[in-house]
Design a protein around this ligand. Structure first.
Ligand code: CA
Length: 229
């Protein structure tokens, strides 16, 4: 059973060279990330738009839409997902084109995994500093102070309550299973019979009102609504 203070970060890896993709996936998993690999541009763009990821590592030479097109279309669609481009092209012109097109950072192949890891962590930290107030489903959550604002009230949350609420807010409108919540918020592997998720959902309902978090029988929990606060 593994344990971590933060929800595991979700990386989208868009890379069509299978050996690089599996290498990245393996190394990032070892460092506590959850990874999803996609191997063409259109799938990468759709996945990136799903809202289910914290950062995308994007190869430029992908089948279908190339990486430059993917990132340009993401930004055109107002996606703020951090994107780090990985590319064999190492000319200055390509770097500038990638960054002007909306990529956050750029690394050329061959690259050192340690450097990529450091850059991924930096991007995630910057993003968190940038967006410490999360607004969704009629709730505003200040993640640094763990204060929630809902129905005109300020609600102080514990660290775990805030982490659970943040995860529910980031996935507002979707049903999240107990197993996924246990893994994403507590960093545990699914453990049969643990009721810790239900206990914390009860705490949140007590603080935020019972109707916001819906029980979907046999499936899990869903935070109602996706409108902005
Ligand atoms: Ca490629």
């Amino acid at each position: 059973m593994s344990q971590s203070r933060q929800p595991r970060r979700r990386l989208l890896i868009a890379e069509d060279e299978a050996h690089i993709a599996s290498y990245l996936s393996e190394r990032f998993t070892t460092h506590g990330f959850r990874t999803t690999v996609v191997s063409d541009g259109e799938t990468a763009r759709r996945a990136a738009m799903s809202g289910g990821y914290d950062l995308m590592i994007l190869d430029i030479g992908l089948p279908g839409e190339d990486g430059f097109t993917v990132v340009a279309r993401l930004r055109a669609a107002s996606s703020a997902l951090p994107v780090i481009i990985l590319s064999a092209r190492d000319t200055v012109a390509d770097t500038v084109y990638g960054l002007e097109g909306g990529a956050d950072d750029y690394l050329t192949k061959p690259f050192s995994f340690e450097e990529l890891l450091a850059r991924v962590r930096l991007r995630l930290r910057l993003r968190e500093a940038d967006s410490s107030v999360l607004r969704r489903a009629g709730i505003a959550l200040e993640t640094r102070t763990r204060q929630a604002y809902a129905d005109g009230r300020i609600i102080q949350l514990s660290a775990r309550e805030a982490a659970l609420l943040e995860h529910l807010m980031r996935n507002a409108g979707s049903v999240l299973s107990r197993e996924d919540l246990l893994s994403d918020v507590w960093g545990y592997e699914a453990s049969e019979g643990s009721n810790v998720v239900d206990v914390y959902v009860r705490y949140l309902r007590r603080k935020l009102g019972a109707s916001r978090i819906v029980t979907v029988r046999g499936q899990g929990y869903r935070l109602e609504g996706d409108e902005l606060a």
